[in-house]
Design a protein around this ligand. Structure first.
Ligand SMILES: [Zn+2]
Length: 120
């Protein structure tokens, strides 16, 4: 079976855009390091008047930090997968080197392992 990488490449590029857009809502690109993101505190419209604004800011900053980390690691996976598309190793399990099942790749185009080696 020859894997149709064009379809997956398109999916990966779409996901990359999406993740970067989401990152833009909770963080900003680090001025120093390319491809690095840092969290920002979001302005909340729903800030309750009895709560102190500084506390709200810290809270949203902490939340955003967690989201940025998550999105950044997803972005890394997607970028790695795109690199594998380019160098021709896409769709092969990192553990046993067999082809990854097409339905697994449909569910997660950035998958690096086959079903048998999921989570390894
Ligand atoms: Zn495997």
């Amino acid at each position: 079976m020859t894997l149709d990488t064009t379809t997956f490449k398109k999916k990966l590029l779409t996901e990359k855009d999406l993740v970067e857009k989401e990152l833009g809502t909770v963080g900003r690109r680090s001025p120093g390091t390319v491809g690095d993101w840092e969290p920002v505190a979001s302005d909340r419209d729903s800030a309750s008047p009895d709560r102190d604004e500084a506390a709200e800011k810290i809270e949203s900053f902490e939340e955003n930090t967690a989201i940025v980390r998550q999105l950044e690691s997803r972005l890394g996976e997607v970028k790695d997968a795109l690199e594998r598309v380019e160098n021709g190793s896409y769709g092969h399990c990192a553990v046993c080197e067999k082809e990854i099942e097409a339905d697994r790749l449909s569910a997660n185009p950035a998958a690096t392992t086959c079903k048998a080696h999921m989570g390894k």
